[in-house]
Design a protein around this ligand. Structure first.
Ligand SMILES: Nc1ncnc2c1ncn2[C@@H]1O[C@H](COP(=O)(O)OP(=O)(O)OP(=O)(O)O)[C@@H](O)[C@H]1O
Ligand SMILES: [Mg+2]
Length: 315
């Protein structure tokens, strides 16, 4: 199999970007303009910020976009001075074959405040010939003087239906069969992150001929909700030894980590409580124990022992 699917199926034009319709619509207005304001793309991981920036650059800069586009990681380990030098060297040159140049800076929220102030000065110096696109996960971490110099675009998690359609499209292109449960399991666990969804799809596809629910669970190392359900039911009905066996089985078979296991147990009891299948007082008690177990495992306690102790509280 050739290369990662996330690259192979990275949208090349604004029209191909999945979801984010209102953003694409606003951005299209910059095509055929002689300049563009500074932009800020914010939002969770894997929803198309970098992809959209590249597609926009192609659309507004035209044929010579590569000569007029600079992509930098703001949290470059070599420090802000390296970043500033690269910006300087790039901006000093006149745009070639395009009305202006675009500098795309990724992970701006990982820059220190001082570095952000330095960046702001750079942005001011080259406003005539260059536009900046800044990308971040948390806009609140960006200093106000930068925010106020940018048109802000908030990228949303991709809708479940849109991810489903995209994954089905990729399966068809790659001639891989899939089951609806396989795809919906991916979509359930990735919570709007398209990159993660496509990566899981590709890993699951290499495992067998078909992307099935089982193949997906093997790849993501999460336990099946039904297995967790059986385990919790056993514990609640007083059969500790059975619950303990089921715990060991799912942890070994699926390779689920202690942290993930606690989260999945939490999801299971929450579902019972919200559907009225568990008394709210019982639920409140359990959540307290679950929180304690979660904390202890994160602090380094033995997950197996902690989880067994948690199940003992269910009795
Ligand atoms: N809106 C989208 N439509 C289609 N594919 C997408 C979309 N968003 C992400 N992808 C897929 O995920 C990959 C990564 O997306 P991208 O690099 O744009 O994410 P990002 O939002 O910049 O994430 P990060 O915050 O981690 O930098 C793309 O190459 C593409 O395969
Ligand atoms: Mg990115």
């Amino acid at each position: 199999m050739e290369g990662p699917w996330v690259e192979k199926y990275r949208p090349q034009t604004l029209d191909e970007v999945v979801g984010q319709e209102h953003i694409v619509k606003r951005l299209k207005k910059y095509t055929n303009e002689q300049s563009m304001p500074n932009l800020m793309f914010s939002g969770p991981a894997g929803v198309g910020k970098t992809t959209t920036a590249l597609a926009l650059a192609k659309s507004v800069l035209g044929e010579y976009w590569k000569n007029n586009f600079l992509e930098l990681n703001a949290s470059d380990a070599r420090g802000i001075d390296t970043v500033r030098n690269q910006i300087k060297n790039f901006c000093k040159l006149k745009p070639m074959g395009a009305p202006f140049r675009i500098i795309f800076l990724d992970e701006v929220d990982n820059m220190t405040k001082d570095a952000q102030h330095a960046l702001r000065r750079e942005m001011e110096m080259y406003t005539k010939t260059s536009s900046f696109i800044l990308s971040c996960n948390y806009p609140s971490k960006i200093i106000d003087p930068i925010q106020s110099r940018c048109a802000i675009f908030r990228f949303a998690p991709i809708k479940k239906e849109d991810i489903t359609t995209r994954l089905e499209y990729i399966c068809n292109e790659e001639n891989f069969g899939y089951t609806d449960e396989g795809i919906s399991t991916i979509v359930y666990f990735t919570e709007g992150d398209m990159r993660k969804s496509v990566n899981i799809l590709q890993s699951a596809a290499t495992e067998g001929e078909e992307v099935t629910e089982d193949a997906v669970y093997d790849v993501i190392s999460k336990s099946k909700p039904q297995d967790i359900n059986n385990m919790v039911t056993a514990a609640l009905s007083g059969d500790f030894m059975k619950a303990r066996d089921l715990l060991r089985e799912t942890m070994i078979l699926q390779g689920t980590s202690g942290e993930d296991m606690v989260v999945q147990i939490y999801q299971d009891v929450t579902k019972r409580a919200t559907e009225g299948r568990m008394d709210s007082n019982v639920y409140i008690n359990l959540v307290e124990y679950i929180a304690e177990t979660d904390f202890r495992i994160r602090e380094g306690a033995n997950p197996r022992i902690q989880l067994e102790a948690l199940l003992a509280k269910f009795l």
